[in-house]
Design a protein around this ligand. Sequence first.
Ligand code: HEC
Ligand code: HEC
Length: 375
Amino acid sequence: MRTRANSASAAALLAMAAATLGGCGKETNQSTTQPKVDIVPIGPLPKLDPQDPKVVELGKMLFFDGRLSGDGAISCATCHNPAKGWGDGMPLSAGYPGALYFRNAKTILNSAHASTFYWDGRLDAGDPDTQVRDSLTEGHFMNMDGRLMLERLKQIPDYAQRFKEAMGGEPSFGRTLKAIAAFEKTIGSAGVPFDEGKLTPTAQRGKALFEGKAGCIQCHHGAYFSDGRPHRLGLPPSPELAKDPLRAITLRSFAKFMGTPSFETLREDPGYFVVSKSPKDRGKFVTPTLRELVHTAPYMHDGSMATLEDVVAFYNKGGGDLPDKDPLLRPLSLSGAESKDLVEFLKSLSGAPVMVEKPALPAYEVSQNWWKTPN
Ligand code: HEC
Ligand code: HEC
């Protein structure tokens, strides 16, 4: 799908991509198995679907409530903190206490527009309830036992009242997932210069590079700036992951759960391989959105790049040094000024910080059959 405005540059890119693929004999096999590059024009995000305000309010409280985690202290907002671009600002996520996670915590800003969830795309974003269940119950995220969680929620009369009014029944696991997912669907960018057509001349030049010479649009396209597909950029393995036994333990237990061959010996993040189990997908990660980058440093699945300048320098030299990189990557010969223009364009995809105050959370009041007689 292409609009008239973009068809010229998109066609030029397709020709360029074809030339790159054709020119590199080693990659021929891969090119035949790779889907054809179909570039969707970049543009403003569509409006978010409206959600029931009562369900959203309940979901917001649950999002910030540590009582939804095993130790009663970790909430979604611990790792998806509004003040940190709805991520945690760290290269690699700490994970649940006692475990250390092996990837960067992704932002949930605009995740209503994603096609898959997670760096490896292991979940379909059309089913956000399942994603919320994953966050709550996985030992490396919130380590919450479902029965214990429900019992906790039922002993908070204010929640019982809200579940009844907003969702028509007592606290249940399914309603909890739905409420949090509904809140999440309201967290979107606001005041984005690119969406409002307010690009500075520098950012305008950066946009032309993004769509042309730098070729970023080949993978970062559509309103969400992602093709939703896995690619290998050739990043070196994360040294943090290699040296920390706790991170390696989390990685291996996760890979085992995913049915990954030879999970026992993993020292590197296998990326999309855990999903497809196909060796050609080792080290591939799904193209992330480029929206709100100003608020979500550091970058990449392993948080290995501190600034957008670092990212552009990485692409300018043709990506990482590992073999079998994606054939769409090649040295770009961007001048210093052009690199700056491109960074300026990336920054124009970020709006004002999206802030949500932590709501006041209701207290436990343990009593008998209280839900039948709300005060
Ligand atoms: C201990 C930290 C932690 C907690 C707590 C946590 N998350 Fe996450 N979240 C992460 C990390 C890390 C990732 C990326 C994981 C990956 O790609 O393998 C992630 C990814 C996500 C994504 C995918 C975003 C995308 O675009 O791919 C969503 C949505 C999400 N979390 C929602 C939630 C919700 C809702 C909660 C609470 C129920 C929650 N998270 C609790 C760390 C956390
Ligand atoms: C071959 C497809 C492809 C091309 C071309 C491409 N990217 Fe990416 N981009 C990706 C993938 C895949 C990742 C995630 C890689 C990882 O985490 O290991 C990524 C990550 C990024 C990130 C980090 C985002 C974050 O939230 O951490 C930025 C910024 C970025 N790319 C910008 C660009 C720019 C600028 C260009 C053009 C110079 C470009 N990309 C070209 C596929 C691509």
